[in-house]
Write a protein that binds this ligand. Structure first.
Ligand SMILES: [Zn+2]
Length: 198
């Protein structure tokens, strides 16, 4: 009798295919977080009404932001076509966070139309295209992981932040991107508001 191990959680992470994506879900989240609230940067005090940022506005800004997040990126700066594809990845994750799976799926479909892969000697799924276009193609497999995850990414509850994260806590109760930062800020704000209301 052949016994198959079936994942209890049904999580895509637990499937063993023997094929490793070249990039991780962390890289996809970094792309998603190129767009965030005005308080999404460390050491930056934002106030309500400040504009959100989008670091995919131009190639240099995109590269610098991803470097800051320690994402290993290709040489040079992304051109117009690569930026457009990175924006599609960004939008897809924001759709997943918003619970809009059909919009996320159509974004994924647009990425899949052009992407081509080969397996390297280590069994890694690498893009046929090189440079930033290949980088964008390699974001697709981990993006599919996020799309299929039963514990999808969420946005930080701090409205000025909106940073997207994966909640790995046991009871999935995390609401801040970082409890020492956004969590504390919000606690301070709440207690100030309560004191002011007395
Ligand atoms: Zn936050």
């Amino acid at each position: 009798m052949v016994r198959r191990t079936v994942s209890r959680s049904g999580n895509v992470h637990s499937m063993t295919t023997g094929i490793t994506p070249a990039l991780s879900t962390a890289s996809v989240l970094a792309i998603a977080n190129t767009r965030h609230g005005p308080g999404g940067h460390y050491h930056h005090r934002a106030k309500a009404g400040d504009d959100p940022h989008d670091h995919l506005a131009d190639g240099g800004a995109a590269r610098d932001f991803l470097n800051q997040l320690n994402v290993s990126v290709p040489d040079g700066t992304p051109g117009a076509e690569s930026l457009a594809r990175l924006r599609t990845v960004q939008a897809a994750v924001h759709h997943i966070v918003a619970g809009n799976r059909s919009a996320a799926r159509s974004a994924v479909g647009r990425l899949a139309e052009r992407a081509r892969y080969r397996l390297d000697a280590d069994g890694r799924l690498v893009a046929v295209r090189r440079g930033w276009l290949g980088f964008a193609d390699e974001l697709l497999p981990p993006l599919l992981t996020l799309l299929g995850a039963d514990n999808p990414p969420r946005a930080c509850a701090n409205p000025l932040c909106g940073w997207i994260y994966l909640d790995a806590s046991r009871n999935r109760s995390r609401i801040w991107c970082d409890s020492t930062r956004c969590g504390n800020q919000q606690r301070v704000r709440r207690s100030r508001a309560q004191r002011a209301a007395v």
